[in-house]
Design a protein around this ligand. Sequence first.
Ligand code: SF4
Length: 210
Amino acid sequence: MSRRSPADTTFAHDLPATPMDPAAMAAREDKIQVAMIALCGCWGCTLSLLDMDEDLLALLQKVNINRSSFTDIKKIPVRSAIGFVEGGVANEENIETLEHFRENCDVLIAVGACAIWGGVPAMRNMTPLAGCLREAYVDSVTRPVEQPPTIPYHPDIPRITKQVYPLHEVVKIDYFIPGCPPGAQVIKTVLDDLVNGRPFGIPAAINRYD
Ligand code: SF4
């Protein structure tokens, strides 16, 4: 069977969007727009948002979550009041995505240890990048022995940064929500406060680690 070349291929993200009910779209436009994304993390912080359970349904009366890891929308479609970002910056695509969020969100919030200081992925900062790649792809005990050691390269693969960076070293961040991951109640409190015009604040009673 012959394989189609990429030029002949229609990828999922090239397909036209499913037509939406105009009334439903109009109702969403009146809501507070929220965007969220996971960069170099484990999605644990994103799942914390889902852990709000029915509280999330109540918040959705006021907010519309547009670009997110759940919707797989690639770009923020409308200017957003709040942007949540999980994970640190570990490659060029992370930088582009983070800058896109900064340009399109009024308030940008770093969620979790990886976003705030690099977290677990930043463990690689203790070793030069070449050493990390050699350990992962050349010297790894799990490398298939029947294949020659190869460090992956392709122009379409985002280039890895020399270090994993916290978000605030790349763009201005307005607020930080610590934790690994922060609990659902913490994220809910922050979102509920901001959409109701209250100042950002995280009570120690729901977010302390000593
Ligand atoms: Fe995962 Fe913890 Fe990083 Fe959140 S802070 S992305 S839970 S490792």
